[in-house]
Design a binder for this molecule. Structure first.
Ligand SMILES: Nc1ncnc2c1ncn2[C@@H]1O[C@H](COP(=O)(O)OP(=O)(O)OP(=O)(O)O)[C@@H](O)[C@H]1O
Ligand SMILES: [Mg+2]
Length: 295
């Protein structure tokens, strides 16, 4: 007789890498001076499949549960109910198949840039000389040549973020989970990093789940864009992006299809009037966003 995991695996498409089944995430909020104790639903009935080698983008208003969902995929958080399966196996904790770029930088403060980038390689027991060649490549890729021996506190926010990206890429996991990885970098660097990420993804066939507040970025990067809504966090719709590949910033952004996709995502975010169920962070969904705006 098969296990529950086997049943889910059977129900999923054959080319699914990540399967998210009936995820609910409920925070129990303690009583405060003004409010009684209550449960707060951060994610409600999330079902999703990410195909092998797919680039899936998650967008949604602040507080809709994007980071929480990514933490669950990473195995850093356990859902209140439901489960995540990777290659048919239920996720029970973090593992070496998943590289994570979290919101914020999460660098090791006592390690230099190079030592941060080489961290995963040390765990994988990659020999020293090889480690150096790999870290050189990725430090250069994110534009931090000359900063390899600096410590995180000697870097700007955007530079720290780039170290985190280099660390995740150098480690070469099957799955990359990226939570607003380009939020803190300048516009030009951001476009360069987007192009590079697509190039690396096309070359290595990784499965990527990428969170962003930028509609433009979502439309440019994704095979599909999952639009979430807040209060409670639910999956509203998945928009398929049929723009040709390979994509580069210089040729895609001005196309009519790009404009259409951007507008479609914007509309999905715009039209949703959240029903505020005593949310903690009850900012209304993007009141005044425009298709090119950050949420
Ligand atoms: N430890 C916690 N206790 C209670 N509520 C929490 C906790 N952590 C997160 N939340 C709530 O869960 C919801 C989802 O948070 P999450 O950080 O996943 O949102 P997000 O979509 O990533 O937002 P942002 O776009 O601002 O990063 C929010 O309403 C938040 O207030
Ligand atoms: Mg977040």
């Amino acid at each position: 007789m098969g296990t529950v995991a086997d049943n889910y695996k059977d129900a999923a498409s054959a080319d699914a890498k990540i399967v998210v089944r009936d995820i609910n995430w409920v925070f129990h909020l303690k009583r405060t001076r003004t409010e009684p104790a209550r449960d707060f639903i951060a994610l409600e009935d999330i079902n999703l499949e990410v195909k092998k080698g797919e680039f899936l983008v998650l967008v949604g208003p602040s507080g809709c549960g994007k980071s929480t969902l990514l933490d669950i995929l990473a195995g850093l958080a356990h859902p209140t109910s439901g489960a995540v399966y990777i290659d048919g196996k239920q996720v029970s904790g973090p593992a070496l198949d998943r590289g994570i770029v979290l919101q914020g930088y999460a660098l090791f403060p006592w390690r230099t840039v190079r030592q941060n980038v080489e961290f995963g390689l040390e765990i994988k027991k990659v020999p020293k000389g090889e480690r150096k060649a790999i870290s050189d490549r990725f430090i250069k890729l994110v534009g931090l040549d000359g900063f390899a021996d600096r410590f995180p506190h000697e870097l700007s926010g955007g530079m720290k973020q780039r170290v985190a990206i280099a660390r995740a890429l150098a480690y070469d996991p099957d799955i990359l989970l990226m939570d607003e990885p380009f939020a803190a970098v300048d516009a030009q660097t951001r476009e360069n990093l987007q192009d590079e990420l697509l190039r690396i993804w096309e070359e290595t066939k990784k499965t990527i789940v990428f969170v962003t507040h930028s509609i433009e970025e979502a439309a440019f990067l994704g095979d599909r864009v999952a639009v979430l809504t807040a209060n409670p966090g639910t999956l509203r719709e998945i928009v398929k992006i049929d723009l040709p590949r390979p994509r580069t910033n210089s040729d895609i952004r001005s196309s009519a299809e790009f404009g259409w996709v951007r507008h479609k995502i914007w509309e999905l975010l715009q039209n949703h009037q959240p029903e505020v169920r005593g949310a903690i962070d009850s900012r209304p969904v993007a009141d005044a966003i425009s298709p090119s705006a950050e949420l």
